[in-house]
Write a protein that binds this ligand. Structure first.
Ligand SMILES: NC(=O)c1ccc[n+]([C@@H]2O[C@H](COP(=O)([O-])OP(=O)(O)OC[C@H]3O[C@@H](n4cnc5c(N)ncnc54)[C@H](OP(=O)(O)O)[C@@H]3O)[C@@H](O)[C@H]2O)c1
Length: 277
C-alpha cells in the first residue's frame, strides 16, 4: 500500500497530505464510505457539524479497529455557532457525536464576515487547543483580509486554511499569503465537485500520457503544489483510484498546461457573501 506523505503544521503536528471528505454523504452512507476509505489506506477524514454525518463517521472510525493515534480527524464549527461560548458548546457536541475525546484539527467553517464575530470564535478555538482537545486549529474559507485580522487581534496563527481550490480556481493570492505565514493550504472540492472539471480535454490528454485518469492527474497536481487534498467519493473504485497517486509525477509541461486552466469562477460560495446565520 502506498504511504501518504505527511505535512507538518505550524505547531509540529503532522497531517496526511491526502485525506477523505464526506460532504453531502448522509450519515449511514458516511459510515460505509469512511470504512471503505480506511480499508483503502486513507487515515485522514474531513467532516463538519453541518454535514450531519459526524456520528456515522465516528462509528466507522471505531469499527475500523485502527489505533486512534493513526487517525487524523477534522471537523468544523458551523456558522450558527459562532461566538466564544457557543463555539465551545458546539465543539463539545461534535466530539460527542464523533465518539472521540479529541480531534486532530478543528476549523471555523466560514468567516461569515457580515456577522463580525469570527475573532471571538477563534479565541474559543485557541482555548480548545490549549486544553488539548484539538491537536491543531485552523480556519476554512478565510480570505487574506480575514486571516490578517486574526493575525492582528489574536495569539495563535491558524495551522491551516481549507479553501476551494482546483485547476479551474487556483487561488494564487491565498496560496502565497499562506506560504508567507506558515499556514498550510488545504483544497476543498479538489476535483471540482463533479461539475465538469474532470471532462476537460487537456486533463484527458495528460491522463492518457501517464496512463492515469483525469482525477488522478488533478490530485497529483495538488500534491505537487504542496496542497493538502481531501477528495470525496461514495464509489468504492474511485475511493481506491483517488488514493493511487503516489507512483507517478507530472512534468513541467503538464504543470504549465494545468496552470493554464485557471479561471475566476468558483464552484462554491464566495466567503465574503456567505453569511448564512
Ligand atoms: N470547507 C468547506 O466549505 C468545504 C466545501 C466543500 C467541500 N469541502 C470538503 O472537501 C471535500 C471534497 O469536496 P467535494 O465533495 O465538493 O468535491 P470533490 O472531491 O472535488 O468531488 C467529488 C465529486 O467527484 C466525484 N468523483 C470523486 N472521485 C472521482 C473520480 N476518481 N472520477 C470521477 N469522479 C469522481 C464524486 O462522485 P461519487 O461520490 O459519486 O463517486 C463527486 O461527485 C468535501 O467532501 C468536504 O470534506 C469543504
Amino acid at each position: 500500500m502506498s504511504s501518504v506523505p505527511q505535512v507538518t503544521l505550524n505547531n509540529g503536528v503532522q497531517m496526511p497530505q491526502l485525506g477523505f471528505g464526506v460532504w453531502q454523504v448522509p450519515d449511514d452512507q458516511a459510515e460505509v464510505a469512511v470504512g471503505q476509505a480506511l480499508a483503502a489506506g486513507y487515515r485522514s477524514i474531513d467532516t463538519a457539524a453541518i454535514y450531519g454525518n459526524e456520528e456515522g463517521t465516528g462509528r466507522a472510525l471505531a469499527s475500523s479497529g485502527l489505533p486512534r493515534e493513526e487517525l487524523f480527524v477534522t471537523t468544523k464549527l458551523w456558522n450558527t455557532d459562532h461566538g466564544h461560548d457557543k463555539a465551545l458548546a458546539a465543539f463539545d457536541l461534535s466530539l460527542s457525536k464523533l465518539g472521540l475525546d479529541y480531534v486532530d484539527l478543528y476549523l471555523i467553517h466560514w468567516p461569515a464576515p457580515a456577522h463580525d464575530n469570527y475573532v471571538e470564535s477563534w479565541k474559543a478555538l485557541e482555548k480548545i487547543l490549549a486544553d488539548g482537545r484539538a491537536r491543531a486549529v485552523g480556519v476554512s474559507n478565510f480570505k487574506p483580509d480575514h486571516l490578517r485580522r486574526l493575525l492582528d487581534e489574536t495569539d495563535i496563527v491558524p495551522a491551516l486554511n481549507q479553501i476551494e481550490l482546483h485547476p479551474n480556481f487556483q487561488q494564487a493570492e491565498s496560496r502565497a499569503f499562506h506560504a508567507e505565514h506558515g499556514i498550510v493550504t488545504e483544497a476543498w472540492s479538489p476535483l471540482g465537485s463533479g461539475k465538469g472539471l474532470l471532462d476537460d480535454p487537456e486533463l484527458a490528454r495528460i491522463a492518457a500520457k501517464h496512463g492515469r485518469t483525469p482525477a488522478q492527474v488533478v490530485l497529483r497536481w495538488h500534491l505537487q503544489l504542496d496542497n493538502v487534498v481531501i477528495p470525496k467519493s461514495v464509489t468504492p473504485s474511485r475511493i481506491t483510484e483517488n488514493f493511487d497517486v503516489f507512483d507517478f509525477s507530472l512534468d513541467a509541461e503538464d504543470l504549465a498546461a494545468i496552470g493554464a486552466l485557471d479561471t475566476p469562477n468558483r464552484v462554491g460560495a464566495d466567503p465574503d457573501e456567505a453569511n448564512w446565520i
